[in-house]
Write a protein that binds this ligand. Structure first.
Ligand code: PMP
Length: 436
């Protein structure tokens, strides 16, 4: 029987490459999903199958889909005021005031429309401030789809017996070789690799750019000592520490990972949870660094037609107000912890060694004896079993990315999830994964 999902894919294929708007949304001819509607912690696909959604659009949904508190604010703004004018509005400083209330590390902010754009802005500002070129990034980190950040460690094809380090490869075609020129890639939590890079290239290192909790690598996290080391190396060397909080910001704690570690970045990037699903992002940090954004040959250029559009900013205002004034994040954490308990019971039932990584609001699940300390360690986990388990969960009405490099995302509305039902679904899914 042809499903409506399949029909929609076939109808789209003459018009969009692969029939989808984002390459990662193509899951195969039979498996690609077209969503009809979303509500709370659930999505319904075109074949009217409902899923509890732990993928949450890769993280933006922090309160729940179609949260009325946010949607009403946006509707009011666009019907009573408008969307963009090419001028300024009072919303900008108001949203910054809310950001600063939650993130004491932030002094000044500029807005963007996506995480990628926020990273581009932060990196350019860091280069402008330091007058240097190089950016140190971490294996397994992800910072958006722009050429410079589209180089990765090929851990998938890494032969651990024959190669000491995975090869660095571009994400695909169209990425010029020279876009890699100023990027240095080091393994997470490896002090020697960091020392080596700074000894070799320190005087041209503008910044270290890191997701302290790798939201694109199973929430594998920096140790406290490593974060301190990054902070100290940067200040000793006149480089800037940029924390990419696109996934962690306004999610793992009110003040993001910087609250968890108690370490301040010089610049931070935010997107996703800042707007509960509306397209809005930001970067900011030290006032002296951000003030490099100014006119003139020695100033950093930043802006854009849709920058600080009022759709995104009204959503950010409402979302940040809810996060500031309610215990939404406490609920997110509590629900995340309960879901981990359910999963732990299921894995124990089948004697599966497992470890969770990262905070309860976006945790990674790894089948192995130890929590991976970096991307290379992830290769030692049984990611095939995870993928089989995840595919069965999807069959059973639990949506998640079938790749253990993508964490489980929790939103406030997940507090309605029936945990007993989830435990049955997870038990059946694991049973089947082990049988196949
Ligand atoms: N940085 C991080 C840490 C991300 O997780 C992402 C997206 N997953 C980005 C940057 C890019 O964000 P966007 O997709 O909004 O451009």
């Amino acid at each position: 029987m042809t499903t409506i999902n399949k029909k929609l894919l076939q109808q789209a294929q003459p018009h969009l490459p692969l029939g989808v708007a984002d390459t990662y949304r193509y899951w195969g001819e039979e498996e690609t999903i077209f969503v009809k509607s979303m509500q709370g912690g659930f999505i319904t696909d075109s074949d009217d199958r409902q899923y509890v959604d732990f993928r949450l659009a890769y993280g933006p949904i922090i309160l729940g889909y179609r949260d009325n508190r946010v949607d009403q604010e946006v509707i009011k703004c666009i019907t009573e005021r408008g969307t963009i004018s090419g001028f300024n509005s009072d919303l900008e400083a108001e949203v910054v005031r809310l950001i600063k209330g939650l993130c004491p590390n932030i002094e000044k902010v500029r807005f963007a429309n996506s995480g990628t754009e926020a990273v581009i802005g932060a990196v350019r500002t860091a280069r402008g401030f330091t007058g240097r070129n190089k950016v140190v990034v971490v294996e397994g980190g992800f910072h958006g789809l722009y050429d410079e950040m589209m180089w990765k460690s090929d851990v998938d094809n890494w032969n651990t017996e024959q190669q000491s380090a995975p090869e660095i490869i571009p994400f695909g075609a169209g990425i010029p070789e020279n876009s890699r020129e100023h990027i240095e890639i080091v393994p997470l939590n490896d002090f020697d690799a960091l020392d080596e890079v700074f000894a070799r290239a320190g005087d041209d290192i503008a910044a270290i750019l890191i997701e302290p909790v790798m939201g694109n690598c199973g929430s594998i996290s920096s140790t406290q000592k490593y974060m301190q080391k990054l902070h100290d190396v940067c200040s000793d060397n006149g480089s800037l520490l940029i924390m990419d909080e696109v996934k962690t910001g306004f999610r793992v704690a009110k003040g993001g990972v910087q609250e968890l570690y108690g370490i301040k970045a010089d610049l931070s990037t935010y997107a996703k949870a800042i707007g509960n699903g509306y397209p809005v992002a930001a970067f900011g940090g030290r006032a002296d660094v951000m003030d490099m954004i100014k006119f003139g040959a020695d100033g950093v250029t930043h802006g854009g037609t849709y920058t600080a559009n009022m759709i995104g900013l009204s959503a950010a205002k409402a979302t940040l107000e809810v996060l500031s004034e309610t215990d939404a994040l406490a609920t997110v954490n509590k629900v995340g912890a309960s879901i981990k308990e359910v999963l732990a019971r299921v894995f124990a039932r089948f004697d599966i060694e497992h470890k969770f990584a990262g905070p309860d609001s976006m945790f990674g699940v790894h089948f192995g004896e130890e929590i991976p300390q970096n991307y290379r360690d992830w290769k030692k986990t049984d990611s095939k079993l995870y993928t089989a388990f995840a595919h069965n969960l999807i069959e059973n009405g639990v949506m998640l990315e079938p790749d253990s490099r993508e964490p489980w995302f929790i939103c406030e509305a997940h507090n309605t999830v029936d945990l007993e039902w989830l435990e049955v679904a997870a038990t059946q899914s694991m049973q089947k994964a082990l049988e196949d």
